[in-house]
Design a protein around this ligand. Structure first.
Ligand code: ATP
Ligand code: MG
Length: 467
């Protein structure tokens, strides 16, 4: 687990803001669920999935209940959102059984309309930490419930693409953002495919890793496709494709989606072996990856290239006792998005509106500090949102203070020394043009107009007018 430093965490929060604005644009409501969960809940993710077999952070409570830190959001978010629909919010207790019970009462299901839920928060997986892979990481994600249409698939995928674009993930030099997509079809198509795949894999059993042999023996054939073992990947490269086993109905659904993706403007590449790590998917599965054209699976400069992944899971709510609730959704790795975009360097956009107040402390600190406090208060209460006003408290010479502010990229510095205190004013310096102005603060008792000249001057010093 890692600590997140100020700039990285701030970028993660910025990513959360982007996510929330895109989610709101698409009509999604924010949801929050507990970090500590009943371990049993995640069985529905798939007994053979990596999450359940080896990545769960689980332990027993004092009362002997087996719990875990949530490894993903869907298994909880989905039934919870379904049960506690707007206007029908029951009591969001830390017990998934409540959601399930509320759902299975049937009363809630009758008012079913598409429901859109979004979430952002930490997830925990006990996996080997490496670049882009952490034991505590952050995901944002969405679930759209109660709508089985291809239009819903395209809308949710289009939203994922818009979110990544707004984060700047599609602008990283030397890498292309593309969506890998596959269809597992409905129950009949999936049954046919599992049969085909099982017979192929049995023929190559000896070449598979012991883990994949075990999965094959236990009937979890699709899981073998998702294995990260190089020896399995060799076998998998020539495995039959899921699309060849689709029923006519499922195949036409997939072609309809592909046409729609073209209209929505999402670039995609068919990846017939994409199954995703979790058991609950049917019909469409997708992953947005960053990579080099034609070599999407190769890691670029040590990056783990999958930034967002999802699909349709029509049976999951049912498996939790929630009845028939078709669903589609995705989750994005916020740490990976931030790492990829952070590597691009570039100025921190927030610095554009940053103001630093520097007390010239060698001169009578108490008076100066009091004046600084007044200046800071006036600016903070009157500058428009999006600005920051920082008071520099490290005792240093004015020259060093300016040098340090320049190094940090602060565009506007205010000096407060004895002269400024005496004249009830402040010196405003535009760092780009190196111009300075002595600006009066105005009468202390005229609250309505106090500091307005100063605010105007600071805003102009920050604008490109002087830089
Ligand atoms: P991977 O194949 O990389 O293990 P996954 O299939 O386990 O991914 P999901 O469970 O679908 O991933 O999670 C969605 C996204 O969350 C991933 O695409 C990735 O960006 C991010 N993610 C998953 N595990 C981690 C982790 N341990 N650290 C950081 N980000 C992660
Ligand atoms: Mg994983």
């Amino acid at each position: 687990m890692r600590d997140l430093s100020g700039p990285t965490w701030r970028r993660m929060l910025d990513t959360r803001d982007i996510f929330q604005s895109v989610a709101a644009l698409h009509g999604f409501e924010p949801w929050e669920t507990p970090v500590l969960e009943e371990q049993d809940l995640f069985r529905h993710v798939g007994e053979e999935s990596d999450i359940v077999t080896k990545e769960m952070f689980s332990f027993a409570t004092k009362g002997g209940q087996q719990v875990c830190l949530r490894p993903e959001g869907t298994a909880r978010e989905l039934p919870c959102a379904w049960a506690f629909r707007p206007g029908r919010w029951l009591s969001c207790r830390e017990d998934a059984a409540i959601a399930r019970a509320a759902v299975s009462s049937g009363a809630l299901a009758r008012t079913a309309g598409p429901l859109r839920a979004s979430y952002f928060g930490p997830m925990f997986r006990y996996e080997r930490p490496q670049r882009g892979r952490f034991r505590q990481f952050y995901q944002c994600g969405v679930e759209q419930l109660g709508d089985a249409s291809v239009l819903a698939d395209a809308d949710v995928i289009g939203m994922a693409h818009r979110f990544l674009q707004r984060c700047g993930v599609d602008l990283i030099p030397g890498m292309d953002l593309v969506m890998l997509v596959n269809s597992l079809g409905g129950a009949e198509s999936r049954r046919r495919y599992e049969e085909q795949l099982a017979s192929y894999l049995c023929g190559h059993r000896a070449s598979l890793s012991s883990e994949s042999q075990g999965r094959l023996d236990r009937g979890s054939v699709l899981r073998v496709l998702d294995s990260k073992h190089p020896q399995d990947q060799e076998v998998v490269a020539s495995a039959p494709s899921a699309v060849d086993s689709l029923t006519v109905e499922c195949a036409s659904r997939q072609s309809a989606l592909e046409r729609m993706l073209g209209l929505v403007g999402v670039p995609f590449v068919l990846d017939h072996r994409l199954v995703r790590g979790l058991d609950y998917y049917n019909h469409v599965v997708f992953e947005f990856v960053l990579g080099r054209p034609g070599a999407w699976r190769e890691q670029v400069e040590g990056h783990v290239g999958t930034v967002l992944a999802g699909g349709r899971y029509d049976g999951l709510v049912g498996s939790l006792g929630g009845g028939d609730a078709p669903a589609v959704g995705w989750a994005a790795g916020v740490d990976r998005i931030v790492a990829l975009t952070e590597d691009q360097g570039g100025a921190d956009p927030r610095l554009e509106n940053a103001v630093e107040i520097v007390p010239l402390t060698s001169e009578s600190p108490a008076w100066v500090d009091e004046h600084v406090a007044v200046v800071a208060r006036r600016l903070r209460s009157r500058l428009p949102p999006g600005h920051s006003v920082t008071v520099q408290t490290t005792p240093r010479s004015a020259k060093k203070q300016v040098g340090a502010a320049a190094k940090r990229g602060v565009p506007c510095v205010l000096f407060v020394g004895l002269d400024e205190v005496g004249a009830n004013s402040v010196t405003v310096r535009c760092m780009g043009s190196r111009r300075e102005w002595l600006v009066p603060l105005g009468a202390r008792d005229s609250v309505a107009v106090e500091g307005s000249e100063l605010v105007g001057r600071v805003v102009r010093a920050l604008s490109s007018e002087y830089t």
